[in-house]
Design a protein around this ligand. Structure first.
Ligand code: GLN
Length: 199
C-alpha cells in the first residue's frame, strides 16, 4: 500500500517542522513550490510564517489558482497560523500590527474558509504563549501561539473545534481545518494523526 502523500507549502515559514512530524507518522511529504508539485497529493498543509509574504509568493510561483482550486474541490487541507490567514475569506489587521499597510481593509488570500480572522490578535505583550486546552477530541492539547490570529466570525456551517478565552482558535469546514496555533511545534502528534486519517 502506498503511503499517504501530504503536500506542504514550502514557500516560507515553518514547513520543515510539519514535514518532520508527518514523516515520523509514516507519511510522505511533497514540498510545494511550483504548480507541478500539486499532483498526486492526498492532503495539503499550509504552515505558519508570515501570511503577507506567503500570499505574495503564491502569486509569484503561480500556485495561487491551482492551489485554491484543489482546496475548493475538497482536498483535505490543514492551515496553521499564517496558513489559517491564507485560507480565511476575510482578514482584519490588528491595530498593533505596524507592518500592515491598511489596518482595516481586509484583503483575502485564498479565501476558501468562510471565517474572518484577526491577525496578530494577541498584541505585542502576549504575542507568544502556550496553553493546554481540549481540541478536536484531544483532552489537553498544548497549543503554541506565536503572533497568532484568532477567528472573529465564522459562518454557521463552520464547526468550532476550540476556543481560548472565548475566542475561536480552531475550526473545521468541510475538508478544511484552520488552527491559530502551531501543532507542528509541540511534542503532541495527535492533530497530525487526526489529519492523516482525514487525508
Ligand atoms: N503574524 C503572522 C501573520 O500575520 C502569523 C504568525 C504565525 O504564523 N506564527 O501572518
Amino acid at each position: 500500500m502506498r503511503s499517504i502523500n501530504i503536500g506542504v507549502l514550502a514557500l516560507q515559514g515553518a514547513f520543515i517542522e510539519h514535514e518532520r512530524m508527518l514523516t515520523d507518522l509514516g507519511a510522505v511529504c511533497t514540498e510545494i513550490r511550483q504548480p507541478s508539485d500539486l499532483t498526486g497529493l492526498d492532503g495539503i498543509i499550509l504552515p505558519g510564517g508570515e501570511s503577507t509574504v506567503q500570499g505574495q509568493l503564491l502569486h509569484k510561483s503561480r500556485l495561487f489558482m491551482p492551489l485554491r482550486k484543489l482546496i475548493s474541490d475538497g482536498l483535505p487541507t490543514l492551515g496553521t497560523c499564517a496558513g489559517l490567514i491564507l485560507m480565511a475569506q476575510e482578514i482584519n489587521n490588528s491595530t498593533t500590527d505596524s507592518t500592515a499597510q491598511n489596518k482595516t481593509a481586509p484583503v483575502a488570500h485564498l479565501g476558501t474558509l468562510p471565517v474572518t480572522v484577526r491577525r496578530n490578535a494577541y498584541g505585542r505583550q502576549l504575542s507568544s504563549f502556550v496553553t493546554e486546552q481540549p481540541v478536536a477530541g484531544v483532552r489537553n492539547y498544548p497549543m503554541i501561539f506565536i503572533r497568532a490570529p484568532y477567528i472573529e466570525r465564522a459562518d454557521e456551517n463552520v464547526e468550532i473545534l476550540a476556543k481560548v478565552d472565548g475566542n475561536i482558535v480552531a475550526v473545521k469546514y468541510r475538508n478544511q481545518i484552520g488552527l491559530s496555533f502551531h501543532p507542528e511545534l509541540s511534542e503532541n502528534t495527535k492533530i497530525h494523526e487526526w489529519f492523516l486519517t482525514i487525508a
